[in-house]
Design a binder for this molecule. Structure first.
Ligand SMILES: Nc1ncnc2c1ncn2[C@@H]1O[C@H](COP(=O)(O)OP(=O)(O)O)[C@@H](O)[C@H]1O
Ligand SMILES: [Mg+2]
Length: 580
């Protein structure tokens, strides 16, 4: 490619809304252009990167035995009604109507359509296993689109779906994908971690996220430096607290805590350790009739230690709490006779269910709200001052230093960017959509499914978070929009420079190297600044003086100085650098 025929458009300044390096640098390097919140044009320079991501993903998916198809972006609502997701999914799902007032969705993912294909096409166990994938535009009306391509509303995802005859085979298909993902992210040269994840609303219980390690990552990932334990914050557990609850040593006493409504303030005011206080959270669940009307509501009090934070995903796993919501003020008043800030489990007006975190169940002589504004109780003890909790469960987020659940030492926490996700789905969709096949005995069985996503447009952003400096992007070879840039200095004035540049350009092209020749006639400073910003990893500079001695200059984007290389050796050098 010649730069004069391509489109190079760089900016000195990034727009004010670009908060992270990848967003700033992709904008400045002219890779993306904003059209609306979370909606971007992939400009020629950015599209080349995306195409490279797609090519590697496609190659490895094909190698792993998946077959590519492409499903419509706009999908009729009927299939989504079959699984219930048309109603159940929140405003993230973009719902639109056609001219006949019929409902459609813009696909955020494609389980429904692919399951519909499978139930029509796959009749017999002989046609299984099968894995269909696509690289396709997605739309999710994200509440907080931000960081450019990192969390867009429109984005490109590779989504694959496996179909199997039984669980064992489905798990084998899942493993094949998990392995393919490792190969893919290795080829991109990224530092990443595969972490156990919650399978969430999608169902099933085998799920891993692939997280690119970066300080700006939106996800907290938890791992044990001494073992292979790694999980995301939603899923991570600490080793269960050991030992017995100490016997009560204090009498329960009501103490004035005027204006102190948080655990931190109360503990400080009373001069007691924060770890001896309890944080109360009130939630509720509703029983509904066939028409969706609420028949009955149950209020629950959740208790974690004052210095801990509640993990809502873990709460949702407790039997009966799957669809919990926060309690309303009237519900709180009916049960506690008090407003939030001074709530506690002692002396309730109306019975409710109490869920204590594992740590809380082992505490004695603790502090909690007195259900009386401006008052707390201290020296409170389970069994003596109130009944034992109804449920004891792990409902808190882990913190740095907690014991790893495998007993291999303390947990550490780092930030990550989710670039891929593998899920075992089970029969959730095949049951909802009656996707069956005939087994060896000729009996219909539900297909076992898995789904596997990669954020094609998020991946370059994650790569930049890991690979940049003050001058710009530093692409790993596999992702660079161009692998090599040729920078001739003043080729108009020095015919020898132009001739050598043209020759090396032709030789590199012939060698299959993705090279761009900068023939725009820019001054050296501006030319170097552009390519350093764009992040082309290998640069060859040709000047009249060097050429007179038969030399050109080679510099990797990470090198601080250029090296002189004989003209005759430069193509070989590039080839060996790319092979390494
Ligand atoms: N809003 C988005 N913008 C860019 N990429 C996204 C977005 N949402 C999801 N992705 C990418 O698609 C992959 C698969 O999506 P999925 O696991 O369903 O997303 P999520 O975990 O956000 O629900 C994610 O691992 C991520 O790389
Ligand atoms: Mg995910």
């Amino acid at each position: 490619m010649k730069a004069s025929q391509f489109f190079v458009s760089t900016l000195k300044e990034a727009p004010a809304d670009a908060e992270v390096a990848s967003h700033r640098l992709m904008m400045r390097a002219g890779m993306i252009k904003k059209l609306g919140a979370g909606i971007y044009t992939y400009m020629p320079m950015g599209l080349r990167v995306i195409r490279k991501v797609e090519a590697i993903v496609r190659e490895e998916m094909n190698r792993a035995g998946a077959v590519e198809l492409s499903m419509p972006v706009v999908q009729p609502a009927e299939l989504w009604q079959e699984t219930g997701r048309f109603d159940k999914m929140g405003p993230e799902l973009l719902r639109i109507k056609d001219r006949h007032d019929r409902d459609f969705v813009v696909q955020p993912t494609s389980e429904e359509v692919v399951t519909d294909i499978a139930r029509q096409e796959i009749k017999s166990y002989k046609q299984l296993p099968r894995n269909f994938y696509q690289i396709q535009t997605k739309f999710r009306d994200e509440r907080r689109p931000r960081f450019g391509l990192m969390r867009g509303r429109e984005f490109i995802m590779k989504d694959a779906y496996s179909f199997d005859r039984d669980q064992a085979s489905a798990k084998a298909s899942y493993e094949v994908m998990a392995q393919a993902y490792r190969r893919i992210f290795d080829r991109f040269g990224l530092t990443y971690r595969a972490v156990a994840a919650d399978s969430g609303a999608i169902g099933g219980d085998l799920s891993e996220e692939f997280q690119v390690i970066a300080a700006t990552g939106e996800d907290a990932i938890v791992y044990c430096p001494n073992s292979d334990y790694a999980a995301n914050m939603e899923k991570a557990q600490a080793l269960a607290p050991a030992g017995l609850r100490a016997a009560p040593s204090q009498a329960m006493a009501k103490v004035a805590t005027p204006g102190k409504s948080t655990c931190v303030d109360v503990a400080a005011y009373l001069g007691l350790p924060l770890e001896s206080s309890l944080k109360s959270l009130v939630v509720a669940t509703d029983t509904r009739d066939d028409k969706g009307g609420i028949v009955q509501s149950q209020v629950w009090l959740l208790l974690v230690r004052g210095d801990r934070s509640m993990n809502e995903v873990k709460v949702g796993k407790i039997p009966g709490l799957a669809d919990f919501r926060f309690a309303t003020l009237p519900e709180i008043d009916r049960h506690f006779g008090c407003e939030p800030g001074y709530l506690g489990p002692v002396g309730l007006k109306m019975p409710l269910k109490i869920v204590a975190d594992r740590e809380v169940a082992l505490m004695s002589d603790w502090i909690c709200g007195a259900n009386d504004v401006d008052f707390h109780l201290r020296g409170v003890n389970w069994g003596r001052d109130l009944p034992e909790p109804d449920v004891v469960a792990d409902i808190r987020n882990v913190v740095e230093g907690d014991a790893s659940p495998d007993g291999k030492g303390p947990l550490a926490i780092e930030r990550g960017i989710e670039i891929g996700h593998v899920f075992y789905l089970g029969t959730k969709y095949s049951q909802a959509m009656q996707a069956t096949f005939l087994d060896v005995n000729g009996k219909p069985q539900f297909m076992e499914m898995g789904c596997y996503g990669i954020g094609i447009t998020r991946l370059p952003a994650a790569a930049i978070e890991q690979n940049h400096d003050e001058r710009g992007i530093i692409w790993p070879d596999a992702l660079a929009p161009f692998t090599v840039v040729l920078c001739p200095i003043s080729p108009d004035r020095f015919p020898a420079v132009k001739a050598a540049a043209d020759q090396i350009y032709a030789d590199l092209l012939a060698a299959g190297v993705d090279v761009i020749l900068d023939d725009r006639g820019e001054r050296p400073g501006a030319m170097f600044a552009d390519w350093e910003l764009i992040g082309v990893p290998h640069r060859i500079t040709l000047g009249d003086r060097g050429l007179k001695e038969g030399q050109v200059e080679y510099q990797h984007r990470r090198d601080t100085v250029a090296a002189s290389v004989p003209v005759a050796d430069i193509v070989g050098l590039i080839q060996s650098r790319l092979a390494a």
